[in-house]
Ligand binder design. Structure first.
Ligand code: IMP
Length: 429
C-alpha cells in the first residue's frame, strides 16, 4: 500500500473530482499542493451536491484529514465562504479535520484587480484566466513580497509586509489607471478575517511527517492539468503553478519518495477552456456534440469548453514529464454513437513530422494533427462496471490509447455516478 498523487494529464477538467472522491474513501489524508480557487469540482455524496474549489475533496467524508499545502495560493474570503457553504449542508469542518499550511501565500483583492485589468488590456490576446488573481498572487510569492498566513499573527510585521507589497502594487495600479490602495484598508480587511483562518493554520510538513510515520495513506489532489503547467504547458496560455506530480514535494512539504503512484486523469477526448493552441480542436458539429453530451462548461467560470479529438501525443508527453504510472480514462460514454473516432498520433509543422509538441508557441499554433482513425461504437457504454459490459470496439479504442500513450489504464469511468467505474488496477496497492 502506498500514497497516490492524482493529476490532470490534459488541460484540466478531466473529471478529477469523481476519481478523487472515489479514491478518497481509501485515503486517511487528502492534500492539495498547488493552484487555488481557479480549480472547481462538484461532488455528489449521498445525493447532496458540494461545489469545492479550495477545499480538498476529503472534507465531505467523515474521518479524513484535509490539508491545504503551502503550494496553494489561498484567498481567505473565498475559503471561508466555501467552508460556510459546506457546513450549511451539514458537514463539520474544524481544525481537527482541516489544516492549512501557515506558509501558504494569500490571494488578496488587489491580485484579482490586477488579473482582471491585465486581461482587459490584452484585448483579443487574452489568456482567458479565471480572473481570480491566481497569476498575480504567484508573482508576489516568487517576488518575495507575498503575505503568508503566518503573517496574520502579528499586526506590526503584517503592516510592514503590506507596505512593501503596496510599493509594488500601487506603482502597477497607477500605470493601469486603478486607484491606489492604502495600507490601512488591507490591514483592516485582513483583521476581519484573520480570526477565522488562523485556527486552521499549522505546520503541514510536520503533520505529514507524522502521518507517514503512522503508516496512514495520503491522496495528493492536483488541480488543473499538465498542459497548463507553468513550465511544461502551452506557455504563456497556462496557469501560474506547476501542475505536475513532481510539485507534490515542494507544494506539500514532503519528500518526492512519498508519492508511490501517479494517476493521470485523462478524458477520452480533449477539452480546453480559455485561449491557446489546441491542435485537435473540432470547430464543427462533432465538437458541439461532445460539448453538449459531456456538459463541457467550466465549473468556476461557466465558460463553454473547447472540444476536440483525443490527442495521444500530448497525453504521452504529460505522462513522461509527470511520471504517470496509470491513467483513469473518463467520459468514455460521451463517445457512444459518435461514429469513427480520430486519435492524434503526431503533428505536421511546416512540412516536418513531430511525435511531440515542441515548446515554441508559433510551432504549437501551426501544428496540424496526424490522425489514426479508429472504429466507433453505437452501443451505450454508460454505466458499465466491468470490461465484459463494454463493446469490443470500445475495448479496442482503450487498448490503442494505452499503446499510444505508453501507460496502462488503471480506472475507467463510464458516467458521473461514483459506482460507474471499472477498476483495472488499484492505485493504492
Ligand atoms: P488562471 O489559473 O486563472 O490564471 O488561468 C490560466 C489558464 O488556466 C486559463 O486558460 C484558465 O482557463 C485555465 N484554468 C485555470 N484553472 C483551471 C481549471 O481548474 N480547469 C481548467 N482550466 C483552468
Amino acid at each position: 500500500m502506498g500514497n497516490v498523487a492524482v493529476i490532470g494529464s490534459q488541460w484540466g477538467d478531466e473529471g478529477k473530482g469523481k476519481i478523487v472522491d472515489w479514491l478518497s474513501h481509501r485515503a486517511d489524508v487528502v492534500v492539495r499542493f498547488q493552484g487555488g480557487h481557479n480549480a472547481g469540482h462538484t461532488l455528489v455524496v449521498d445525493e447532496v451536491e458540494y461545489k469545492l474549489s479550495l477545499l480538498p475533496s476529503g472534507v465531505v467524508r467523515g474521518g479524513k484529514l484535509s490539508v491545504i499545502g503551502n503550494g496553494v495560493v489561498v484567498d481567505p474570503w473565498a475559503l471561508i465562504s466555501e467552508i460556510d457553504a459546506v457546513q450549511a449542508k451539514g458537514i463539520e469542518i474544524s481544525p481537527t479535520n482541516l489544516v492549512i499550511a501557515d506558509n501558504a501565500c494569500l490571494i488578496l483583492p488587489l491580485h484579482r484587480d490586477l488579473d482582471q485589468a491585465r486581461e482587459q488590456l490584452r484585448g483579443g490576446h487574452k489568456i482567458g484566466t479565471t480572473g481570480r488573481g491566481i497569476g498575480p498572487a504567484y508573482e508576489d510569492k516568487v517576488g518575495r513580497r507575498a503575505i503568508r498566513i503566518c503573517d496574520l499573527n502579528d499586526q506590526q510585521s503584517l503592516q510592514l509586509r503590506i507596505r512593501e507589497l503596496l510599493v509594488h502594487h500601487n506603482a502597477l495600479r497607477r500605470g493601469l489607471k486603478i486607484d491606489d490602495i492604502k495600507v490601512e484598508s488591507i490591514l483592516s480587511q485582513l483583521r476581519e478575517i484573520s480570526h477565522k483562518i488562523l485556527p486552521y493554520s499549522g505546520s503541514v510538513w510536520r503533520i505529514l511527517d507524522k502521518v507517514q510515520r503512522d503508516g496512514r495513506l495520503i491522496l495528493f489532489e492536483g488541480a488543473q492539468g499538465g498542459l497548463l503547467d507553468i513550465d511544461h504547458g502551452t506557455y504563456p496560455f497556462v496557469t501560474s503553478s506547476n501542475t505536475m506530480a513532481s510539485q507534490v514535494g515542494a507544494g506539500a512539504g514532503i519528500g518526492t519518495s512519498a508519492v508511490n503512484y501517479v494517476l493521470g486523469i485523462t478524458k477520452a477526448y480533449t477539452t480546453r477552456v480559455g485561449s491557446g493552441p489546441f491542435p485537435t480542436e473540432l470547430d464543427n458539429e462533432i465538437g458541439k456534440t461532445l460539448g453538449e453530451r459531456g456538459r463541457e462548461f467550466g465549473t468556476v467560470t461557466g465558460r463553454k469548453r473547447r472540444c476536440g479529438w483525443f490527442d495521444a501525443v500530448l497525453v504521452r508527453q504529460m505522462a513522461k514529464i509527470s511520471g504517470i504510472n496509470g491513467i483513469a480514462l473518463t467520459k468514455l460514454d460521451v463517445l457512444d454513437g459518435i461514429g469513427n473516432l480520430n486519435v492524434c498520433t503526431g503533428y505536421k509543422i511546416n512540412g516536418k513530422t513531430f511525435d511531440y509538441l515542441p515548446s515554441s508557441l508559433v510551432d504549437q499554433e501551426n501544428a496540424e494533427p496526424i490522425y489514426e482513425v479508429l472504429d466507433g461504437w453505437d452501443e451505450s457504454t454508460k454505466g458499465a462496471r466491468s470490461w465484459e459490459e463494454l463493446p469490443a470496439t470500445t475495448v479496442k479504442y482503450v487498448r490503442r490509447i494505452e499503446e499510444l500513450i505508453q501507460v496502462p489504464v488503471a480506472l475507467l469511468s463510464t458516467s458521473p455516478e461514483r459506482e460507474d467505474t471499472i477498476l483495472v488496477h488499484d492505485p493504492f496497492s
